[in-house]
Design a protein around this ligand. Sequence first.
Ligand code: AMP
Length: 310
Amino acid sequence: MSLLTVGSVAFDAIETPFGKTDKIIGGAGTYIALSSSYFTNDQKIVSVVGEDFPNETLEDLKARGIDIDGIQIKEGEKTFFWSGKYHNDMNSRDTLVTELNVLGDFDPIIPESYQGVDYLMLGNLAPSVQRQVIERLNERPKLIAMDTMNFWMDIAWDDLMQTIKMVDVLIINDEEARQLSKEYSLVKAAKVIMDMGPKYLIIKKGEHGALLFNTNGNVFFAPALPLEEVFDPTGAGDTFAGGFVGYLAKTDDISFDNMKRAVVTGSAMASFCVEKFGTERLQNLSQGEIYNRIMEFVDLAQFDIKKELV
Ligand code: AMP
């Protein structure tokens, strides 16, 4: 099934306790598209870059089967730039620089050939832009998933509420869920957030896994893989989202049971992402590596227990 990803294609500069990078390729849209390209070869992306963005990177996305007709290249303008520094625990980070550049007045133009897409993944962007994309599609996709962040809760609350109402799955982290719901308990937070519109909610808890909720009261928990070394968590959330929605597009099944598999697939893809700086680890994965990693998740959480021994 076809998948449309909307998100930033960017330059990042990252500092972790393990090292520092100059400007490297990043952006939520890049991470999502790379991750989901392992599951669907019918993927399209809508984004914007400046004339400083390397053509080889765009060609590389194309070579992975991603339709890049929806990436606008703005002559005389600069690509979005983000820089962040991780604390020693690697769970928290400070944003050092956000230069919106071409994202500042991003008008998400949907090429005609993108109409009729089956799945839509809205990466973290201004909620008004995310909504514009939904409104510009002639037909509602089978499933719309959306990511957002605290920043938009602080500066664009009303817009965010309008957009959240229109999506099926919201994918956020625990801190964002607490801010959005004003509840500390994630179970209470999930109820409050699903009352805002989405039928499904995924709360990512970094190295502590991810929770999936639906409005029927079902809950699923996927652990994160205990990794010896985490080099760079940048893009892990987007890579998770790409694996999740890519798996759904591949299997074309949006039952709760299949979403559980999609959450584990997203977690497996995120576990690769953090092993190297930037998008490096996502460049050359094999299907065998992905399958083996997913099986590690299955083994991690599986156990038997005999009734008479309880
Ligand atoms: P994550 O680590 O999942 O939060 O995603 C990090 C990626 O998001 C980086 O590659 C950034 O380029 C991108 N990013 C950071 N802030 C923004 C923003 N305000 N709008 C769009 N993309 C962003």
